[in-house]
Design a protein around this ligand. Structure first.
Ligand SMILES: *Cc1c(COP(=O)(O)O)cnc(C)c1O
Length: 366
């Protein structure tokens, strides 16, 4: 079976070497030495000032909203993983959906400004598939209206914009290190800011709000363990090679798919891409379903990602958030992530591409 993704696992001996250290120290979690080492190495790799390694890529979004005191309306994208909308609803904020651009499926800055009201406090945007949003335009709108900018940058590890990690933009940027991402720690995530005061808050939030024997504020448990940090320390040095291998797989698809019938999202100029996903867009949902069926018949598992458009979720229908987002609703019906991971064989891509091309042509003929 070929799945849409496959996690990279490091050499087992390398991992068990870290485990030996954990057994010697008997320090299993709570801001341990491996976690601190991983944070320092990530800060150096990404060129960012403050980075807190946390338990996943969802809780860090919740921490971002808390740290910036966001409780009211947040202008957000309908084209993301459900976590992006969930955190707003979970924290009692109102998600106000601004439609995406038809080219790269990131939030359309032109759709943001008309949605701003006196209750708008922030913009929460997703850098879709590892590409960057229109960062300057979004920042200009935020500056003009005194809004905070939070980026769900779960897809962007290893990708840069104008020579800087995409994770370095916004008031706060978050990443996921879930097993399916370009860089992973099995489960994990991080929160990044250049602001000293915010970083201090986030440090205390991560561990129940504890400040020594006292409490800094309300907090949550967003800590991560030495075992997860050890995985990160094994995988981090491999990221450049993993991205290079992904780039090669990407090229195999590019060479074989029939782009007279299929399209792909564009990249923002200035982005150095991490090849996180290989999404393709068909002419209709009917074609997509035909392709999915043909692939699954050969035990190849693509993924409808992102689907559905988050503004259509029944639990997101709350007063003030009911905008229609025709582009996102349309794209989410027609976009499919094809299998993409570093050691996906050229022969397998060959097979996948020919199944896709044939299924698409069949729809055309019908
Ligand atoms: C993976 C992902 C998340 C959630 O990350 P977890 O680490 O699984 O909690 C959030 N947003 C986006 C865009 C993602 O892809």
């Amino acid at each position: 079976m070929i799945n849409v993704t496959k996690s990279y696992l490091p050499d087992l001996d390398e991992y068990t070497n870290y485990l030996k250290g954990i057994w010697e120290r008997v320090h299993l979690t709570n801001d341990g030495p491996l976690l601190r080492q991983l944070e320092n190495e990530m800060k150096a790799v990404l060129g960012v000032k403050h980075l807190k390694f946390c338990s996943n890529g969802t809780v860090v979004l919740q921490m971002a909203l808390k740290a910036l005191d966001i409780t009211k309306e947040v202008i957000t994208t309908p084209f993301s993983y459900v976590a992006t909308t969930n955190v707003l609803l979970w924290e009692g904020c109102t998600p106000v959906f601004a439609d995406i651009t038809p080219d790269d499926f990131c939030i359309d800055p032109a759709k943001i400004e008309p949605l701003i009201t006196e209750n708008t406090q922030a913009i929460l945007a997703t850098h879709v598939y590892g590409n960057a949003c229109q960062i300057e335009q979004i920042q200009a709108i935020a500056d003009k209206h005194n809004l905070k900018v939070i980026y769900d940058a779960a897809h962007t590890f290893g990708a840069s914009y104008n020579g800087q990690s995409i994770l370095s933009y916004g008031d706060i940027s978050t990443c996921s290190f879930h097993a399916t991402k370009v860089f992973h720690t099995v489960e994990g995530g991080c929160i990044i800011t250049n602001d000293d005061e915010l970083a201090q808050k986030l440090h205390f939030y991560r561990s129940f709000g504890h400040r020594n024997d006292d409490y800094f504020s309300v907090g949550i448990n967003a800590k991560n363990s030495e075992f997860h940090a050890a995985m990160g320390l094994c995988v981090l040095p491999k990221v450049p090679d993993l991205i290079a291998a992904r780039k090669q797989v990407f090229g195999y698809y590019d060479d074989r798919l029939d782009f007279s019938r299929i399209s792909r999202p564009t990249l923002l100029p200035g982005v150095e891409y991490n090849y996180a996903y290989y999404p393709v867009v068909f002419d209709s949902e009917e074609t997509l379903l035909r392709v999915v069926e043909a692939l699954k018949a050969q035990e190849i598992m693509p993924r409808r990602y992102f689907y559905p458009s988050l503004n259509t979720l029944p639990f997101a229908q709350i007063p003030g958030s009911g905008q229609s987002c025709p582009i996102s609703e349309d794209v989410s019906l027609r976009v499919l992530a094809l299998p993409m991971y570093p050691d996906l064989a050229e022969a397998d891509v060959d097979r996948i591409a020919s199944i896709v091309n044939k299924a698409v042509a069949l729809v055309d003929a019908a």
